[in-house]
Design a protein around this ligand. Structure first.
Ligand SMILES: NC(=O)c1ccc[n+]([C@@H]2O[C@H](COP(=O)([O-])OP(=O)(O)OC[C@H]3O[C@@H](n4cnc5c(N)ncnc54)[C@H](OP(=O)(O)O)[C@@H]3O)[C@@H](O)[C@H]2O)c1
Length: 272
């Protein structure tokens, strides 16, 4: 398969991460271009990644095999309506915008091959995870192209149906903030137990990283890992029992349900 030519519409944070990831994987600068209205951002991305960054979206998509829609959801409709007549039938559209469904994209762009993705912020460090959904027009080769694109910034997982995007948003899209919340709370509690702020924070951050690495590397589930470090009547058990008495698992479920419901509601609002 020839290297696909990729055009990014919008060269903000997420697009720049994807471009950086692709370049680090050895994708040639000449195979990537982007469009961006802000002159300063245009120059920054062009000089950092050695790619062409133009001001007109319609210019960027000329000759592209893959068009990545990387603008904010609020401007997506206007961007799509402006772009529709410049797109060619064989081009794959990849949207990374939160809350914009395939039906809306098809209404604005016409009946096309579309992959809708939900990445998350650790993509900035190439430690992201994305859920991907392809509509029926997407070919096997185009699925590979989309997967290669999102794999440049982390793990890419295919979904069976588009509704699962709301669940992905609830778990991993919004997920980094839940871990930040836990880090904040643990560091604050550590301080109250007499640690310096810096020590409490470092202990918490490194523990989060170490636990995530152990969970990823282990062949047993997180519950079993937890039981293995929870001796009867020990310190960990004292803390875990306190979490459980406070309804920790139920609270997490409620929080994720709220995020998924908000994701579905946003899709309704933004996709009109
Ligand atoms: N960041 C994340 O963690 C994350 C996670 C999941 C999904 N996403 C999705 O990724 C998309 C981009 O997010 P981001 O964080 O990268 O936002 P961002 O940094 O604001 O990037 C969007 C870029 O698009 C540019 N833009 C605005 N209007 C445009 C137009 N008409 N044509 C072309 N470009 C235009 C913006 O320029 P100006 O600044 O000059 O307006 C900005 O540089 C969003 O739809 C978001 O939902 C992001």
């Amino acid at each position: 398969m020839n290297t696909p030519r990729i055009a990014f519409i919008g060269a903000g944070n997420m697009a720049a991460s994807l471009i950086g990831g692709l370049r680090a994987q050895g994708v040639a600068a000449a195979a990537i271009c982007a469009s961006e209205p802000g002159a300063e951002q245009r120059h920054r991305v062009a000089s950092e990644h050695g790619i062409q960054v133009v001001s007109e979206n319609t210019e960027a998509v000329q000759g592209a095999d893959v068009v990545v829609l990387a603008v904010k959801p609020q401007v997506m409709q206007a961007v799509c309506l402006n772009l529709a007549s410049s797109l060619k039938p064989g081009q794959l559209i990849v949207s990374i915008a939160a809350g914009i469904g395939c039906a809306s994209l098809e209404r604005w762009l016409g009946n096309r091959a579309i992959v809708r993705c939900m990445p998350n912020t650790p993509a900035l460090l190439r430690e992201g995870v994305s859920g991907l959904y392809a509509n029926e027009q997407v070919s096997a080769a185009q699925r590979q192209q989309a997967e290669q694109l999102l794999s440049a910034v982390g793990l890419a997982l295919w979904l069976d149906n588009e509704q699962q995007i709301d669940a992905v948003t609830a778990v991993s899209g919004s997920g980094p903030a839940y871990f930040f919340l836990l880090i904040e709370a643990m560091a604050a509690a550590g301080e109250k137990l007499g640690l310096s702020p810096a020590t409490a924070l470092k202990l918490t951050q490194q523990t989060a990283l170490g636990a995530a690495r152990m969970a990823l590397a282990s062949d047993v589930d997180a519950g079993e890992l937890r039981r293995r470090v929870t001796s009867p009547n020990g310190t960990t058990e004292a803390a875990i029992k306190t979490f459980q008495t406070g309804g920790f698992a139920e609270l997490v479920e409620l929080a994720l349900n709220a995020a998924a419901a908000r994701s579905a509601a946003l899709a309704e609002e933004l996709g009109q």
